[in-house]
Design a protein around this ligand. Structure first.
Ligand code: MG
Length: 159
């Protein structure tokens, strides 16, 4: 088995879309990023790459590459899964936490879990997405940023 960890932070600004876990969240502020700015999928992608010791999201999908401008981050996660599958691993489970002051994410957690489970070809029951505020502290607490952290566990199923 191999464990992987990833985290990501994006600045929030008005006039941008807020996309988390592949779901567009109604919000007056959204993520600034080269791609669609999906902090959760970026953290998950890094966790998968980390478990494989296969670099990070920036090394595979550099923000200097026009191909990834405005890219749907599902592509990054799918590609990281492809690396895992090619190396003979399957994903056992995923756990993640999003830190965002507002809006409240509870109504969207189910959709995010289903979406991630779908991309990774897993049961929704093996995909955890949690959300919390930052208690008004710091950049996240002041609504200037969104952060996501994720861990994944991989199991070798073929040599
Ligand atoms: Mg990112």
């Amino acid at each position: 088995m191999r464990i992987g960890y990833g985290n990501d932070i994006h600045r929030l600004e008005s006039g941008q879309k807020l996309i988390l876990g592949g779901i567009e969240i109604p919000s007056d502020r959204g993520s600034v990023g080269h791609s669609d700015g999906d902090a959760l999928l970026h953290a998950l992608t890094d966790a998968l790459l980390g478990a494989l010791a296969a670099g990070d999201i920036g090394s595979h999908f550099p923000d200097t590459d026009e191909r990834w401008k405005g890219a749907d981050s599902l592509v990054f996660l799918s590609e990281a899964l492809r690396f895992a599958t090619a190396a003979g691993y399957r994903v056992l489970n995923v756990d993640s936490t999003i830190s965002l002051e507002s809006p409240k994410l509870r109504p969207f957690i189910g959709q995010m879990r289903a979406n991630i489970a779908d991309i990774l070809g897993m049961e929704t029951g093996s995909v955890s997405v949690k959300a919390k505020s930052n208690e008004g502290l710091g950049e996240i607490g002041n609504g200037l940023a969104v952060r996501a952290e994720a861990v994944v566990l991989l199991e070798k199923i073929s040599v």
